[in-house]
Design a protein. Sequence first.
Length: 163
Amino acid sequence: MIAHLGLGSNVGDREGYLRKTVEAIGNFERSEVRRVSSIYETEPWGKKDQDPFLNQVVEVDTQLRPHELLAVCQKIEKDLGRSTRERWGPRTIDIDLLLYGDVVIEDRNLRVPHSLLAERRFVLVPLTELSPSVSLPGLGKTVREVLEDCQDRGTVKLYKRGE
């Protein structure tokens, strides 16, 4: 299954945390990193009084089920020093499961597509770079169309072009 993960960091060596996270994702059992977006510097969303974030999206081909993938992502966050659980607060690394193929999940621990995906330019811009024509389950629109309709006007600027 193709999954898309959103990464964000605004503490310490932001680019280093993104790089370490992509490496760790590449080491997932039964998974392979297919593509990685460029890195974008973005203003904070939700809680504005903090440093800017670096964000990117990773496309993974995985045999892990959604909840298994979430658990592995949470372990990577912990291993890389994420300690705060302040909503939308500063973090060494944040990994969000954005999409898992065309699967829709709504339970206590996981919502896929990510519940705030359509409201966040900092996720939609790198996701559009990788997968503009992917249809978002439950919305009936492509990633590009959702970005065009997004009301978020937060700054998202290219920081480092993807390789």
